[in-house]
Design a protein around this ligand. Structure first.
Ligand SMILES: [Zn+2]
Ligand SMILES: [Zn+2]
Length: 103
């Protein structure tokens, strides 16, 4: 049985080592919290070992902490540069994070 790195579950906030439910090469591996049994995915942010929430329709890209950081980045940037620049900036950051995670 494959296991992931220890990280924080976005649902129950327990630090645990999730069980891998389904290994994927193109998409992220689907994991399950061993504490609350909900589906979670590895956060896409480089260097982050926490987990993002899996959903029926949509799976989160980032864990709660990283989502907050990105939202914060967007908010600060909106104040400085205006909305148009932020939309472009957020797209760039997301693309950058995604490219760093491709191995
Ligand atoms: Zn959990
Ligand atoms: Zn994260």
């Amino acid at each position: 049985m494959a296991f992931k790195d220890e990280g924080k579950c976005p649902f129950c906030s327990e630090v645990m080592t999730p069980e891998v439910v389904e290994e994927n090469n193109i998409r992220r591996d689907q994991c399950k919290c061993i504490k609350c049994s909900r589906l979670i995915y590895v956060c896409r942010a480089p260097g982050c070992r926490d987990y993002a929430r899996g959903g029926d329709v949509y799976d989160d890209e980032f864990c709660m902490t990283c989502s907050d950081k990105i939202a914060e980045f967007g908010k600060n940037a909106t104040e400085k540069f205006g909305t148009a620049a932020v939309i472009a900036g957020t797209t760039l950051v997301t693309a950058w994070l995604t490219s760093l995670n491709k191995k």
